[in-house]
Design a protein around this ligand. Structure first.
Ligand SMILES: Cc1cc2nc3c(=O)[nH]c(=O)nc-3n(C[C@H](O)[C@H](O)[C@H](O)COP(=O)(O)OP(=O)(O)OC[C@H]3O[C@@H](n4cnc5c(N)ncnc54)[C@H](O)[C@@H]3O)c2cc1C
Length: 385
C-alpha cells in the first residue's frame, strides 16, 4: 500500500520475525477467541500467563540467566503489536514484561533479580506497579502511601487505585514514601509479594468506559510488613529518579499500542467502506470517505515512522524524556481521532458491540490518560523549549 521500508526499524532480524510468527499464532488462537468472554468476566484467565510462558512470551527481553528470553525490547514491541492486532486490550502483558520486570532488572540487587525475574518469566508471579492513589495521580511526588523502616522491615500503609493486573498480581512494585517529610526525595520503590504478607487487600476490580477485560483495581495496604531487602535500588529516596528513568520506556509502549490500534482501525474501516453501499455506490466511492481515510492513513504512517525511530533510540538507550512524551501524546491523540473517524464511517454498525471498531474506539480513550496524561506530556515537552 505504501513503501513498507518506511515503517521498518533497522533492528528487525530473522529471529525477531520468527518470534513475531509465534506471537501472532498465540494471539490469534489463545487470545482473540476469548476477548468477549474476558470482557464479561473483567479479567483474563490466570492460565493464560502460564500458556504464554511455555512459548517464551513472558519476559522475552530479560536475560536468560534470570529465566527470560535474552532478547531486547523489540521483542516486547512485537508482543504489543500482535496483541493489538488480535483486538485484545484485556491482557496486562506489556506492563508485566516491559515495565515491572524491567524495574527489577534495572534496579534490583542480584538476589532480587534471582528471586523475582524467573517467577515473572514462568508466570508464577504476575507483576503490577502501583503509583496512583485516590488523591494523586499526575502529581506523583504527593503520594501518601508510606513504607516506614522498623528494624529489618518496612511497614507499608496506604491505598492505591487504577492498578492494572491488581487482581492477579503476586508481585507489586509500590511507590511509597520512606520519608514522608520529603517530596520527591522521600520516594522509594518497594516490592510487595502478596502471598507472603498480611494486611494486604485487593479492593474492587473497577468498571470502566472501555478495556472491560482488563483488571484495573484498588489495593489496600494496612501495616504490611516486608523485609528491608525488598527495597528496589541502592538506597532509600531513589524512587522518583527511578520512575523518571523508566517512564520513557513505558510511554513508548503506550505509543506502540496506539500505532497498532490505528492501523487495525484503518484496515477494518477500509474493508467496511468497500463493502457497504449507500445511494447506489460503495461508501468508499464518496470523495469525503476517500479524503478522510487518505488523511488518517497518512497520519498513521507518520506515527509509525516516528515510533520506529523512537524504538531505535530506545534500543540504543538514547530515548529521552521529551521525545518519549512527544510520541506518547501525539500517537494517542491520533489514535483517538482515527478511531472516532473510523467508527463514524461504519455508521450505526460502528456503535454496535459486535463490530470491533466499537471496542477500538472505547479502548482508545484511556490511552490519553494513563502512562502520564497528555497534558503532563506537553508540560514535559514545554519545559525543554
Ligand atoms: C485503565 C487504567 C489503568 C491504569 N493503570 C495504572 C497502573 O497500572 N498503575 C498506576 O500507578 N496507575 C495506573 N493508572 C492511573 C493513571 O496513570 C492516572 O489516572 C493518570 O496518571 C492521571 O492521574 P489522575 O487520574 O489522578 O488524574 P489527575 O492527576 O487528577 O488529573 C486530572 C486532570 O488534570 C490534569 N492535570 C494534572 N496536573 C496537571 C498539570 N500540571 N498541568 C496541566 N494539567 C494537569 C490532567 O492532565 C487531567 O486532565 C491507570 C489508569 C487507568 C484509567
Amino acid at each position: 500500500m505504501f513503501n513498507a521500508a518506511l515503517a521498518q526499524g533497522r533492528y528487525v532480524t530473522d529471529e525477531l520475525r520468527m518470534f513475531q510468527e509465534t506471537a501472532r499464532r498465540f494471539m490469534q488462537t489463545e487470545v482473540a477467541p476469548h476477548v468477549l468472554r474476558w470482557d464479561e468476566q473483567g479479567h483474563v484467565d490466570r492460565e493464560l500467563w502460564y500458556k504464554a510462558a511455555e512459548l517464551g512470551l513472558l519476559c522475552p527481553s530479560i536475560p536468560t540467566e534470570y529465566g527470560g528470553g535474552g532478547g531486547d525490547l523489540a521483542y516486547e514491541k512485537v508482543l504489543v503489536e500482535e496483541q493489538g492486532r488480535a483486538g485484545c486490550s484485556a491482557w496486562g502483558l506489556s506492563l508485566h514484561n516491559g515495565i515491572v520486570a524491567h524495574y527489577i532488572l534495572a534496579y534490583g540487587t542480584e538476589a532480587q533479580k534471582q528471586a523475582w525475574l524467573p517467577k515473572l518469566a514462568s508466570g508464577e508471579l504476575v507483576g503490577a506497579i502501583a503509583m496512583t492513589e485516590p488523591g494523586t495521580g499526575s502529581d506523583l511526588q504527593s503520594v501518601r502511601t508510606t513504607a516506614i523502616a522498623d528494624g529489618d522491615e518496612y511497614v507499608v500503609n496506604g491505598q492505591k487505585v487504577f492498578i492494572t493486573n491488581g487482581q492477579q498480581a503476586g508481585l507489586i512494585i509500590v511507590v511509597a514514601k520512606t520519608d514522608p517529610n520529603e517530596k520527591a526525595k522521600g520516594i522509594s520503590l518497594v516490592v510487595v509479594e502478596t502471598d507472603k504478607v498480611s494486611g494486604f487487600r485487593r479492593g474492587r476490580n473497577l468498571e470502566k468506559v472501555g478495556m472491560h477485560g482488563q483488571d484495573t483495581s484498588e489495593l489496600f495496604f494496612e501495616n504490611v510488613r516486608i523485609p528491608k531487602a525488598n527495597l528496589l535500588g541502592k538506597g532509600e529516596g531513589m524512587g522518583f529518579v527511578q520512575l523518571m528513568e523508566q517512564l520513557p520506556q513505558e510511554r513508548l509502549i503506550v505509543a506502540w499500542a496506539a500505532v497498532a490500534a490505528m492501523e487495525l482501525a484503518l484496515d477494518l474501516t477500509t474493508q467496511y467502506v468497500k463493502d457497504r453501499k449507500a445511494f447506489g455506490k460503495r461508501v468508499i466511492d464518496f470523495q469525503n470517505t476517500r479524503f478522510q481515510l487518505a488523511q488518517a492513513r497518512t497520519e498513521a504512517t507518520l506515527a509509525r515512522v516516528f515510533v520506529e525511530r523512537c524504538t531505535e533510540m530506545l534500543l540504543d538507550k538514547k530515548l529521552d524524556v521529551v521525545t518519549a512524551a512527544m510520541a506518547k501524546y501525539w500517537t494517542t491523540d491520533k489514535q483517538f481521532e482515527i478511531a472516532d473517524l473510523c467508527l463514524q464511517l461504519h455508521g450505526g454498525y460502528g456503535y454496535m458491540d459486535e463490530y470491533p471498531i466499537s471496542r477500538l474506539w472505547r479502548d482508545s480513550r484511556v490511552q490519553r490518560i494513563y502512562g502520564g496524561t497528555n497534558e503532563i506530556m506537553k508540560e514535559l515537552i514545554g519545559r525543554f523549549l
